[in-house]
Design a protein around this ligand. Structure first.
Ligand code: FES
Length: 364
């Protein structure tokens, strides 16, 4: 079983996050519609093949900025996944027509300031869980060095004012990642919401806060519109492929999702796959595969990294963070600091592949 390390509250469970912005070369528009459709469908298939390895969301910026057409929001457990996705994208026939004018890399991390979140809520800060906002407003953020020279209490006082202003706009979900040492900026800020005018008002109010005096850079700013990947590619013009490409979250008949080849999950191993924004932990116990939500209901510990063992009634996994013990078949708590069970998923093996489904959605 992989990764049985102790929970280090300063670093455990963080996620890597990447915003990749693409510009489509005008030469693409000179291609025949048939060729454009072929290239779009190949690109969609290539990007979708990474859906189990990372959380992927597509956004259009077409017509909103001159230098960028669309963006892929990627969340994974290691930066290598982003490297693999970029290699795959630039190995498609669409590659000669794509550029990446901007790319923002970072990781989740708990704030060093008191932002009024405790326990499980604070743990949530290290997990990206996108909402349903129509828009995503993304920008890099750098503080002046003078900010870091201030006493911590002084910075906390200004951050508290900044947070008070932000809380006046609860309709926005804030996803902040840290880029120190990884990329040019210090943070990448991403607000999800449904109103461009409310976001404009929020940013104007934030400019009036004392902390704003210590902003060195917070541009370029990207206003991104959430769409399915085929809709994003159709938004740039040319042949329309959304109907043919179908929805982004593919499903097997009866709601089953092809999660992984059984050969990639040998007996005694565990892994994590993505189903949309959900992380699912898969365990192979002597040929029997179990699927539970990867995030421990106590404080979001990664259960796929837990210790697998046989309890009196069957296989169980121990959360690597605070040692809650879960029955793999039922998700119930055997012992530990919580009583809430972890969610389980239906599993079936067919043609050498492991399929998972929401328990309530299984029809066959
Ligand atoms: S995160 Fe605390 S027991 Fe799992």
């Amino acid at each position: 079983m992989t990764g049985q390390g102790e929970h280090n509250p300063e670093s455990a469970g963080r996620q890597c996050v990447k915003y990749s912005f693409f510009k489509v070369d005008p030469g693409f528009r000179r291609l025949s519609h048939e060729k454009q459709a072929d290239l779009k469908l190949e690109l969609i298939g290539t990007i979708r093949s990474f859906n189990r390895r990372m959380l992927l969301r597509a956004y259009s910026l077409f017509g909103l900025r001159g230098d960028v057409d669309f963006m892929l929001w990627q969340v994974a457990e290691e930066v290598d996944a982003f490297n693999a996705l970029a290699s795959a994208i630039f190995s498609t026939s669409m590659a000669p027509y794509l550029q990446t004018p901007y790319s923002l890399l970072g990781m989740t991390r708990r704030s060093i300031y008191d932002i009024g979140l405790q326990g499980a809520e604070a743990e949530e800060r290290i997990i990206i869980q996108p909402g349903d906002g129509k828009y995503l407003f993304v920008y890099p953020f750098v503080k002046t060095r003078a900010w870091y020279a201030l006493p911590f209490e002084e910075r906390q006082r200004m951050m508290s004012e900044h947070i008070r202003v932000g809380r006046k706009y609860p309709q926005f979900k804030l996803n902040t990642i840290y880029s120190f040492g990884l990329d040019d900026q210090e943070f990448v800020v991403a607000f999800e919401g449904n109103s461009t005018s409310a976001f404009l008002d929020l940013v104007m109010e934030l400019r009036d806060t004392e902390a704003s005096r210590y902003t060195l850079r917070d541009t370029p700013t990207f206003t991104c519109i959430n769409m399915t990947l085929p809709q994003v590619l159709d938004s740039i013009g040319g042949a329309q492929v959304a109907d043919e490409a179908g929805p982004d979250v593919e499903s097997h008949e009866g709601g089953w999702l092809n999660a992984i080849a059984l050969a990639d999950l040998p007996p005694g191993s565990s892994t994590r796959v993505y189903m949309g924004s959900q992380q699912i932990a898969l365990f192979n116990v002597d040929g029997q595969v179990y699927a539970i939500n990867n995030r421990c209901p106590h404080a979001r510990g990664p259960l796929c990294e837990g210790r697998l063992h046989i309890n009196g009634s069957g296989p169980a996994v121990t959360c690597p963070w605070h040692k809650a013990d879960f029955d793999l078949a039922t998700g119930s708590v055997i012992e530990g600091p919580i009583s809430a069970p972890v969610r389980t998923y239906a599993v079936k093996i067919e043609d050498g592949h492991v399929y998972v489904a929401e328990q309530a959605e299984v029809t066959a």
